[in-house]
Design a binder for this molecule. Structure first.
Ligand SMILES: O=P(O)(O)OC[C@H]1O[C@](O)(CO)[C@@H](O)[C@@H]1O
Length: 408
């Protein structure tokens, strides 16, 4: 096994090869996760409950009173930005109002008084969310803000007399997905765009709790689906495809957490789109060609057996009310998912399948994010990486942000 990187970039340390034994000992795993990402991820169910309680205390009457908006813009970056995709998929294709995710500072030029802007930022200070909130207030759009209490975003919402969901920041944004997403959904519910009810939220929270229990650090790999998924992806280039729009949101989320926590390069997207192009990867040097040149009797250190390979992760979603809810018949999505599994099998590319469960869109989404979230943490830990501190993100901020005045 390769040792930690030496003499490299400060703060960049870890093992080139995943070490399964690092996932055996709960105590040392927790020590290797000093920022508490495992604990924060296990709080997903509690985040749903807390956000639902928060919404009950937030006065959203100003949103509801002004009736249906022309469009809803969800502004934010990273995990905050993903909440826009979540809202869009929960609202479904029959939603009468366009829902637009906006991930750069400010707002599109057409946004005005007829629209609703939901500005989301876990820290309450991303330039993307702040500039959107400021532009929304200036242009007279209805504004709702979601983020850290006592932040610039809260102050901006107060100045604009806009509702603010104060989501306490206890972990990095990527471990706070549910705390950010639920207020966005409940703001959209107040304007009649989604049908999330209290039972859906309670069932989603219960499911997230149950998955956190199955994926707990003390559970061994053979009973812990997240450790098993992490080890199955170790050393590979994962491809994550979603069979439906909802499953695709979960696939993109997995790509984000695998990249930020485990620092793995991932390709993710909709299977429908992939089937017209990217599915060709299965035939290429990391796919079928790598598998066909593998010598199963060779020493495991030889180039042939240790070559980087693709691993397919397929998120399947049978759909809930296919006739009413989807543009594409579920049977088509299912046939496509069966087909890609056959393609992978024919080429010897390993495929892990996760199937959505639950009675509402939000619960089905949760059922496709819980195990993968934990898997991204276990993959980081198996490589000796701290899943929280990402030197490249801090360095990127440092190098790209201008120095404060007087320090140039
Ligand atoms: O939700 P925030 O605090 O606005 O941060 C936006 C994004 O920026 C990061 O903090 C990285 O700088 C991500 O982790 C996060 O999703």
């Amino acid at each position: 096994m390769a040792g930690p990187l030496e003499g490299g970039v400060p703060g960049v340390a870890g093992h080139r090869h995943a070490d399964e034994s690092l996932l055996d000992d709960e105590k040392s795993m927790l020590a290797n996760d000093p920022g508490g990402m495992l604990r924060a991820t296990a709080s997903a169910g509690a985040q749903v409950r807390e956000a639902a309680a928060l919404a009950a205390e937030t006065d959203l009457s100003m949103l509801a009173d002004e009736g249906r908006p022309r469009a809803v813009v969800v502004a934010g970056i990273g995990t905050a930005g993903l909440t826009g995709s979540i809202l869009s998929t929960v609202a479904g294709p029959r939603c009468p109002v366009p829902i637009i995710g906006h991930r750069s500072p400010g707002l599109p030029g057409w946004v005005g008084a007829a629209d609703v802007v939901i500005a989301v930022s876990a820290s309450g200070r991303s330039p993307e969310a702040l500039a959107a909130a400021e532009a929304a207030a200036r242009r007279g759009a209805r504004l709702v803000a979601v983020g850290n209490p006592d932040s610039e975003l809260e102050a901006m919402a107060a100045r604009a007399r806009a509702p603010f969901f104060a989501v306490p920041r206890r972990a990095p944004a990527r471990a706070s997905l549910w705390g950010l997403a639920v207020p966005v959904l409940l703001a959209a519910r107040a304007i009649g765009l989604v049908k999330v009810n209290e039972a859906d939220l309670a069932e989603t929270a219960t499911r997230l709790d149950a998955d956190a229990e199955r994926c707990r650090p003390g559970a061994d790999s053979f009973v812990n689906p997240a450790k098993a998924l992490a080890l199955s992806l170790a050393g590979s280039i994962p491809i994550v495809w979603g069979s439906s729009p909802l499953a695709t949101v979960a696939a993109r989320r997995f790509a984000d957490t695998l990249a930020a926590n485990a620092r793995y390069p991932v390709m993710a997207g909709a299977l429908g789109e992939a089937g017209r192009g990217r599915v060709g990867l299965l035939d290429g040097v990391f796919g079928g060609l790598a598998e066909s040149s593998r010598d199963i009797f060779a020493d495991s250190d030889t180039e042939e057996t240790s070559a980087t390979r693709l691993r397919l992760v397929l998120f399947r979603d049978g759909g809930l009310n296919p006739e009413e809810d989807a543009d594409e018949p579920v049977a088509v999505e299912e046939r496509r998912a069966d087909a890609v599994q056959t393609l992978a099998e024919r080429r010897g590319v390993r495929c892990d399948v996760l199937t959505a469960e639950g009675g509402s869109a939000i619960e089905r989404l949760a059922s496709l994010t819980a195990v993968p979230d934990f898997a991204s943490l276990y993959l980081a830990l198996a490589h000796g990486l701290d899943p929280m501190a990402v030197p490249a993100i801090s360095e990127m901020k440092e190098l790209s942000n201008p120095l404060p005045e007087g320090m140039q």
